[in-house]
Ligand binder design. Structure first.
Ligand code: SF4
Length: 461
């Protein structure tokens, strides 16, 4: 259960909060928690100790649906007053109607994702807000569920694509880009609050601004276009003043992404791209209706590497998509090798209720999907290990995530090549100099001495 610290008066009503799902859901949770705190609600660490519980759900894959439904059940059993929000809240049940309501008819309210206002309306109805002038003192950056030194920055909501395996657009709607001035203002507040790594997230970061025809917005009294390039450049310039990192997630390989790579070479954002490719074979990509499926991804990635040789590419893939032949799968294996994907994740295809892909011909049997996933991971891991080994002997800048006892006995951090939660880490040995200390949220230089699995081992210098 999430445990944000909220200062409040002794008699303030208490809300329990559970945040499940992806970073986009996490930012929704942060908005709700910020609003709760602004209005003077306290948070409770237990269901039983709360006056009401909010569950922010995930509805992406069947395991996530199960976890969300179980959590709602637990909250109902232990507390009884439960408000449900998030992606699962927008899903229909098998016989139509709302899935959450069908499974748990006694929940107080159900909303879809990105619905702070609706959630707060339900909270006001079932747990009227307290009157305490002192509790409006919320930190300027809002309530964050991440450690103090990194934060997710959501730049848009929803998605204009209709990938056949995905039901996110039916839950979150079409793309709505946040005004660029708001995004940059939030970024500055986060840096002011001590954030050293900003992770830009959305469903499709490369599409930022498409919905508003790249409208010119304003920030700091100057015009800035609502467009990926302009956003990344402005974020990078801002981050520079704070000595902080900007990392880009969910970037599709459109031609205009080539323009971002020089910004990486200039040091305005990390030379790291999270590009969810899902497959390599044109026929599979077509069946998936993937964005940028007509692009030549191999050439595109090769070009990126030419422009910025240190670039790290992370991607996710699906093995055993309906109709995938052995030949198409072999194409995927060859792609991962040739594109030298640094960090790859792979799911065995799993049908999601309501997804168009369920109707496609020639489903791949479950065992074969799993077998292909395992074969894929073996190849991807050997590519990744090879690349990690090449770093041995290099000196890298590492952001410290953990350093018990000031790091005298070592700690843990990440280099530009490692996003939090999804990639490996840099395990830090005791510093070379006895006088050197490590602090969470600060950078240290470290000499890489070994590669172990997905991680690197390094000596702080
Ligand atoms: S790009 Fe495709 S997978 Fe991603 S949210 Fe949009 S529809 Fe879903």
């Amino acid at each position: 259960m999430s445990e944000p610290v909220v200062q409040s008066g002794p008699s303030s009503p208490k809300v329990g909060f559970v945040s499940l799902g992806c970073p986009k859901a996490l930012t929704d949770s942060e908005l709700i928690l910020t609003q709760l705190s602004a209005e003077g609600y306290q948070t409770s660490k237990t269901f039983a100790g709360a006056d009401l519980v909010i569950v922010n759900t995930c509805g992406f894959i069947d395991d996530a649906v199960r976890e969300s439904l179980d959590t709602i059940g637990e909250a109902l059993a232990a507390n009884g007053k439960v408000i449900v929000t998030g992606c699962l809240g927008a899903r229909e049940g098998e016989s139509g109607g709302n899935l959450v309501r069908q499974m748990h008819p006694s929940v107080l309210a159900v909303t879809g994702p990105h619905a702070t206002h609706e959630v707060m309306t339900a909270v006001h109805q079932h747990l009227p807000k307290p009157h305490d002038p002192f509790v409006d003192l919320v930190p300027a950056q809002g309530i964050k569920l991440t450690p103090r030194h990194y934060a997710y920055l959501k730049i848009s909501e929803g998605c204009n694509h209709r990938c056949t395996f995905c039901i996110i657009p039916s839950m979150r709607g079409d793309l709505v880009s946040r005004p660029i001035g708001d995004v940059l203002t939030e970024a500055r507040k986060l840096f002011d609050a001590g954030v050293k790594e900003l992770l830009v997230v959305s469903q499709d970061t490369s599409a930022y601004g498409v919905d508003v025809q790249y409208r010119t917005g304003f920030w700091d009294g100057r015009p800035v276009k609502t467009r990926m390039f302009d956003l990344v450049r402005a974020l990078g310039e801002l981050a520079k003043g704070y000595g902080a990192w900007v990392r880009l997630h969910y970037v599709y390989p459109y031609p205009h992404v080539d323009d971002i790579i020089p910004l990486m070479a200039e040091g305005l954002c990390l030379p790291y791209l999270d590009v969810p490719l899902q497959h390599s074979h044109p026929a599979v990509l077509k069946r998936m209706k993937r964005p940028a499926s007509g692009e030549r991804n191999l050439e595109r990635i090769a070009r990126w590497r030419e422009l910025c040789p240190e670039i790290v590419v992370r991607s996710t893939f699906i093995a055993g998509f309906p109709g995938e032949t052995e030949e198409e799968f072999q194409d995927l294996l060859a792609f991962v090798e040739e594109a030298r994907i640094d960090r790859a994740g792979c799911f065995a295809y799993s049908p999601v209720q309501g997804a168009a892909a369920n109707e496609l011909a020639d489903p791949v049997p479950a065992e074969l999907r799993e077998e292909r996933r395992a074969r894929f991971m073996a190849v991807a891991e050997s590519v990744s290990t090879r690349k990690l080994r090449q770093r041995v002997g290099a000196t890298m800048q590492v952001l410290v995530d953990a350093a018990p006892g000031l790091g005298k006995k070592g700690g843990e951090g990440r280099s530009y090549a490692d996003a939090p939660e999804i990639d490996g880490v840099v395990r830090l040995l005791p510093p070379e100099k006895i006088s050197k200390t490590l602090k969470v949220g600060e950078f240290t230089k470290a000499r890489i001495v070994a590669a172990e699995g997905h991680d690197l081992l390094a000596v702080p210098i």
